[in-house]
Design a protein around this ligand. Structure first.
Ligand code: ADP
Ligand code: MG
Ligand code: MG
Length: 212
């Protein structure tokens, strides 16, 4: 219902804060082996998404509709590979959320899995390619494992955030095989992938907005 829609909007506002705070750092990471625009692109994408989400909420939209509008606007305005993939992922997440139910831990876990599947299908990246999939996939698996173990939503989310951070950190040790930086070979060694870094940051914020 309306509470779930407000939660989605709150999560996007938190994402906006953290992305603006991290904008310069994400740009520096992307400048090493990319084109330096990751921080700017994510900030532009989330600003557009927040605007769309605020409008949709004011118009009485439910949680999946709010997220769908936000995803469309993000993809539209962010530019870059990550912008397109965030649009795809958020749309898959929206499709996984039922209109009239609360955002429970298992719903969100299923939605995040759908997002991972769609991002991999569209972008073609696998774990180890030094992309945001290196943070997203471990988070999805950690969430599923925690829920299977009967963990609380809060504990499951904490495990997912930890897995995403560790996955993002591991990208320092690999050479990019996808995206712009793949042509630069070992130049990206020793530096974390910007897309994996921003994804791990955002998972932590979403958890806070969900109250976990
Ligand atoms: P661009 O590379 O177009 O400038 P960004 O700088 O915003 O876009 O995003 C770069 C990030 O996008 C990379 O750090 C990586 O995490 C992610 N990325 C690039 N290509 C792919 C892909 N095929 N699948 C998943 N993620 C990708
Ligand atoms: Mg870039
Ligand atoms: Mg670019």
């Amino acid at each position: 219902g309306a509470a779930a829609a407000r939660t989605v909007v709150r999560a996007l506002h938190r994402a906006q804060e953290v992305l603006h705070a991290a904008e310069d750092e994400l740009g520096r990471l992307d400048a090493v082996a990319g084109d330096g625009d990751h921080g700017r692109g994510m900030a532009r994408g989330v600003d557009a998404a927040v605007g769309a989400a605020d409008e949709a909420l004011a118009a009485g939209a439910d949680a999946p509709s709010v997220l769908r509008r936000a995803a469309d606007r993000w993809a539209d305005r962010a530019g870059g590979t990550s912008g397109a993939l965030w649009g795809v992922g958020l749309l898959a997440l929206a499709d996984g959320l039922a209109a009239d139910v609360a955002l429970t831990g298992t719903h969100v876990a299923d939605g995040v899995r759908a997002a991972r599947d769609e991002v991999c299908a569209v972008g073609g990246a696998r774990v180890g390619d030094k992309t945001l999939v290196d943070a997203l996939d471990p988070a999805v698996e950690a969430l599923a494992a925690a829920h299977a173990d009967g963990a609380t939503a809060a504990d499951a989310w904490r495990a997912a955030v930890r897995a995403a951070r560790e996955g993002a950190a591991r990208t320092q040790d690999i050479t990019a095989r996808r995206g712009r930086s793949r042509v630069l070979g070992d130049k990206s060694l020793g530096v974390a992938d910007p897309g994996a870094t921003s994804l791990a940051l955002l998972l932590a914020e979403v958890g806070a907005a969900l109250g976990v």
